[in-house]
Write a protein that binds this ligand. Structure first.
Ligand code: PRT
Ligand code: ZN
Length: 287
């Protein structure tokens, strides 16, 4: 049987690999991702997984070797290849920034005019500088960009930053954000009908996983005389589930709360007399 499969490209080994693999696994897709593998077929979903260098993924998709893939937006923007962003994935967050040595008297982007800037992102940087009418010399280097100023290869750098500690330990300060980036699911435009159908099934699962990651399931016991006030604090998907406990005068309340305000809600619930509060992670959430 020659079953039609959707081909997805993931980063083979690097910062996006683990989160990309975990995302598919949390979507219930089983596959072998043993080290050294270039390709793997999912056991319970019509998906074939290719493990590639991230920089190659946009081109492989444009060429039709893979149908969809997961890459950082920074890689996609630098590749300047026409593929569609289907979904933002919320991991691999970073920013591409301009940084200068601490002693550099930086005022505005014009301070970079006629200076040398080292980067692995010459296209994104080139566009940014020309949008700002800055004429700087771009030096393209493939790695360890942060050491360029200290070896007098450049006056400034343009590199990815997440915590900022690499800049700090190299005596640099971040002065402009050129772009914000996160991992995105990309696809070749005009997939055939059967690939499109598989993509939609996958996307449905990915959205459920993403929604679940932003929410927690909460269970608690509430004294009946405080029930109204407690329910008020719990928006839930529709409204909380309330069930009587064996002990008279008490109820069990179940709901879903947003991860961002969950500590505050828990504190308020406790102050209102809620007891036995349990917070559980949700794997998938379909609305
Ligand atoms: O081998 P392959 O080509 O596949 O991988 P790679 O070495 O090119 O990429 P990799 O694995 O380093 O990064 C993959 C993607 O992760 C990037 O394209 C970004 O979209 C995303 N990402 C998120 C990051 C960072 N955060 C990040 N901090 N990529 C790189 N960094 C580096 C940065 O270049 C700098 O050296 O981490 C350092 C800065 O980190 P902080 O925390 O010190 O600021
Ligand atoms: Zn790379």
């Amino acid at each position: 049987m020659n079953e039609e499969k959707l081909k997805i490209a993931l980063q083979k080994s690097g910062r996006l690999s683990e989160d990309s693999i975990n995302l598919l696994k949390t979507c219930g897709i089983k596959f072998d991702n043993g080290t050294g593998k270039l390709k793997s077929a999912a056991q319970n979903f019509p998906l074939e997984i290719f493990f590639l260098r991230d920089d190659d993924i946009p081109q492989y998709i444009a060429d039709g070797v893979a149908d969809i893939g997961i890459v950082g937006e920074n890689v996609l923007a630098e590749a300047q290849i026409k593929v569609e962003i289907i979904e933002r994935l919320g991991f691999g967050k970073c920013r591409l920034s301009l940084a200068v040595p601490k002693s550099f008297d930086y005022q505005t982007i014009k301070s970079i005019d006629k200076k040398r800037v080292a980067t692995s992102y010459p296209k994104i940087l080139g566009d940014f500088l020309s949008q700002n009418s800055v004429d700087a010399e771009i030096h393209t280097i493939s790695g360890s960009v942060e050491i360029a100023p200290s070896i007098n290869l450049a006056d400034a750098i343009c590199d990815l930053v997440s915590s900022g500690s690499t800049l700090f330990t190299n005596g640099l300060k971040e002065v402009e954000i050129v772009m914000n980036s996160e991992a995105v699911l990309i696809a070749r435009p005009k997939l055939d009908a059967s690939s499109q159908m598989i993509l939609e099934k996958l996307l449905f699962r990915i959205k459920a996983v993403k929604a679940a990651a932003q929410n927690k399931y909460i269970l608690l016991n509430a004294p009946n005389d405080k029930l109204d006030e407690i329910i008020e604090m719990l928006p839930g998907i529709k409204s909380p589930t309330v069930m009587p406990l064996a002990e008279t005068g008490w109820s069990s309340v179940h709901s879903v709360i947003n991860e961002n305000d969950f500590w505050e809600i828990v504190e308020n619930l406790k102050n209102k007399g809620a007891e036995g509060i349990l917070i559980l992670s949700i794997d998938q959430m379909v609305s």
